[in-house]
Design a protein around this ligand. Sequence first.
Ligand SMILES: [Zn+2]
Length: 139
Amino acid sequence: MLSYDSLVKKLDFKVSTKQSLVIKALFLTQNPISAKGLKKLVKINFNTDVSLPTMYKILQTLENLQMLYILHIKHKKTKYYQLKSTKSYSHLVCEVCQKFTSFLDKDLNEELKLSLCKENFILLNHRILLYGVCKECNG
Ligand SMILES: [Zn+2]
């Protein structure tokens, strides 16, 4: 996982305070998060209001810089954002409450790498969404 400082150093634009808070908030959360969720997280952790249009603008900038994974949940308009990292995660998405759970799928990753190797394709990282029903909604 990239550190916050090394990530910001990599950026060749001047990071505004709000941008840096949004990036920090993205670091705080392991799971993909919506723009609205991110807005809440910035408010709770840094006591700063970022309007939704500003949030989308910042996310667009980060997306243009190839820093984000954008995840779309099927049948939902909401986009979920996650900072790119060197680790590969799979995400479980609950169909009922839309909660994300991440897990590091080491075995799956190795298997994928092996089979892609045969295709002469080098896998750097991946995102897999698995849909189901979570513990809470199942119980
Ligand atoms: Zn659930």
